[in-house]
Each structure stands twice: as C-alpha cells, then as structure tokens.
Write a protein that binds this ligand. Structure first.
Ligand SMILES: NC(=O)c1ccc[n+]([C@@H]2O[C@H](COP(=O)([O-])OP(=O)(O)OC[C@H]3O[C@@H](n4cnc5c(N)ncnc54)[C@H](OP(=O)(O)O)[C@@H]3O)[C@@H](O)[C@H]2O)c1
Length: 341
C-alpha cells in the first residue's frame, strides 16, 4: 500500500489506541535499546504485566541504570536487569547473545527497538555505515542468535514466543535504489563510502526501516509457523531519535515535533501490541501500526521488493556467517539457508 498525506495527517492527529495488557507471569521479556524513548516506555508497560524478568539491553551503564530507576519508581517492579550491549560492535553483540545462552533462562518476547538516524555517513567499528549496522545488521545478528533459545522456550514451556523488530512508517517512502539492485551485492553497494553522499544519506533511515521489513518477512518465511516475527511502526513520537539534527534544521524539527509528535509512551504501546496483542496466526510476518496489521509498502510487495528481500536475506546470512560460526547451523535448523518460503 501507499501511505498518503491524508492518511498520515489522520493518523497523526487521531487518538492512539490504548495499551494492551497480557499476563506475563513466569515469562522473560528482552528489550534491546531500552535506555530512553519508546524502548524505555515499552519496558515500563511490560513491567506492569509482571513478567519473571525484563532484560533491558542498553549501551550505557549510566543511562541503563537511570532507565531501571525510572521503571522501578513508576511500577514498583524489581526484576528488571541491565545488560550492556553496543550494537555497533559485533564483539559486543556476540558476547551479549553468548551470555544469554549461558544464562540458560527462557525467552518469550524479544523487542529489537534500538535505532539510529545519522544524517551524515559514519562507519561503525565493523566498517558498515552506522544506520545499516545498528538498524539492520545487528538486528539480524541478535535475532538469529537468540532463535534457538526462543525455540527451546517454545518447546519446554508449550508457549509461542514472539520476535518484534521496530520499523517505521517511513519505510513506505523508501525503495532499494536501482544502482544497488544492479550491483552484485545490495548491502555492499549501500555501504560504499563514495556512494553515500549527503543526499543519499538523507534517505538512509527510511531505507534501513524498509530493509527491516524485508528481513522480518524473509525470516518469517524461513521459520514458517514456528513463532511470529513482527515488524512494528510506533508512530511519530517525541524521543532522542532526531538528536543529530543540527541548527537551523533542529529549530524547524522542534516545531514540527511540537505540532505532530505523540509522547514516546503512546508510541511504545505499539511495541507492546506487536509483542502480546492479536493472535499468533495474524502476527505471522505482520507489520503493525496503530494496533492493526497493515499492508507493507508497494515496493516491498512488488517484483523489485521480492527480489531485494531474497537477496538481502542471502547477503545477511553470508555476512553474519563470517561473524559467528553458529549462524549457518541456526539458519539450517529451519531449512536450507537460502530458503525463505
Ligand atoms: N520517534 C519516532 O518518531 C519513531 C518513529 C518510527 C520509528 N521509530 C523507531 O523507534 C525505535 C526507538 O526510537 P526512539 O524514537 O525511542 O529513539 P531514541 O530515543 O533515540 O532511542 C533509540 C534507542 O536505541 C539505542 N541505541 C542506539 N544505538 C545503539 C547502539 N549502538 N547500541 C545500543 N543501543 C543503541 C539508544 O541508546 P542510547 O540512549 O545509548 O543512545 C536508545 O535506547 C527506533 O528503532 C526508531 O527508528 C521512532
């Protein structure tokens, strides 16, 4: 579908749906990118549902501790744990996943909420453009590494875990550019420093959120009915996301945010809906916005999108298999690596 200006305006100025509530007794919820904004507010909603544990994955000890203090103060919940992870570094993501595997606990809900919106090209320590690294590649790596624990949880506790990755309504305005589709490797082309001029970087964030949609759909296809993998749009909210916008654009941004943005708490309700709302069947490969399953962009559904989805999946598996020797066997647990349907 297309996201029209009329629809954007009506969604922006509508009353957003209330938070859904579920019984999370005995369950473990993991929120990746929980230090601030929408992720912290979602953690607070989950805390009100009293799961056995909430793992709040943050990169900063100071911000993570402050987030837990806020959650405890608002909810009285005392089983939130701070786990440090820097999603720009493979070593940190691998250590995080390893720690969880050794922990041996169950894992019912994973919400990958972390995201960045840099306006200029910067490379991660791994040599990937930072938006690709944090919003897409680390999301895929951590998701794949946690799949066996979620699968084990499903079998041991006769439950259906959910994996939620935060996308954005901005994905409706993105396309994988022809120059990348015509290159042997899509992600490699998108990562080319010379290609990443300031005008290309302006479109990088929506493109990263389209890549998230393509990855969640490919992973859902690959996992079949095992458990739902959901992409979610929290909606346009106040947060620290646009922190890198410099003056004078920041002044205009502040004005638009003042008029259009909802509080981060309201956006966080969508993460909660994707994690515990609806039925497992309707959540399969779903894209959630305003507590409804919504069709993804025409690009994602069209010929080029379907081709990009398959190629991006294959490339991610190839890249990540070099990062962790566990990836091929994890992927093969649900069928051959290249299979997404
Ligand atoms: N706000 C909106 O209007 C909107 C709309 C649609 C989608 N979204 C999406 O919603 C999600 C949450 O964003 P937000 O608006 O709440 O923005 P935010 O306030 O900037 O929160 C982003 C979160 O990601 C974490 N993060 C970023 N880079 C990281 C890294 N390398 N390692 C570990 N954590 C990292 C941040 O940690 P630090 O605190 O340490 O930086 C923070 O917890 C993002 O995926 C965003 O793209 C937001």
């Amino acid at each position: 579908m297309k996201y029209t200006v009329k629809e954007i305006l009506s969604e922006t100025f509508s009353k957003w749906p209330a938070v859904v509530h579920a019984d999370l007794t005995g369950k473990t919820v993991m929120l990746i990118g929980a230090s601030t904004g929408i992720g912290l507010e979602a953690s607070i909603h989950f805390a009100n549902m009293k799961p056995a544990r909430i793992i709040m994955a943050c990169r900063s000890l100071e911000k993570g501790n402050a987030a837990i203090a806020k959650l405890e103060k608002q909810t009285g919940y005392t089983n939130a744990e701070l786990w440090l992870v820097d999603l720009s570094k493979y070593s940190s993501v691998l250590a995080f996943a390893d720690k969880f595997e050794k922990d041996g606990g169950r894992l019912d809900i994973v919400v990958y909420n972390a995201g960045v919106l840099p306006l200029k090209y910067t490379a991660s320590p791994e040599g990937w453009e930072m938006t690709l690294q944090v919003n897409v590649i680390s999301a895929a790596l951590i998701s794949l590494l946690l799949l066996p624990v979620m699968e084990r949880t499903a079998k041991t506790h006769s439950t259906t875990p959910r994996l939620v990755i935060v996308s954005s309504g901005s994905h409706y305005f993105a396309e994988v550019p022809d120059v990348a589709l015509q290159s042997p490797k899509i992600l490699e082309k998108l990562n080319d420093e010379k290609y990443n001029t300031s005008s290309v970087m302006r479109d990088r964030y929506p493109l990263s959120k389209l890549l998230v949609v393509l990855f969640t759909r490919a992973l859902s296809d690959h996992l079949g009915a095992s458990f739902p993998v959901v992409a979610v749009d929290p909606g346009y909210c106040h947060s620290e996301l646009r922190r890198e916008i410099g003056f004078p654009l920041s002044a205009l941004n502040k004005l638009i945010e003042y008029i259009c943005c909802h509080p981060a708490e309201e956006g966080s309700r969508q993460l909660v809906y994707a994690a515990v709302g609806g039925s497992d069947a309707e959540m399969h490969a779903a894209y959630i916005a305003l507590s409804k399953v919504k069709e993804v962009s025409d690009f994602a559904l069209g010929e080029k999108g379907v081709e990009a989805q398959k190629r991006v999946w294959d490339e991610l598996i190839e890249i990540l298999s070099k990062v962790s020797p566990k990836i091929p066997s994890i992927v093969n647990q649900w069928g051959p690596a290249g299979s997404t349907s």
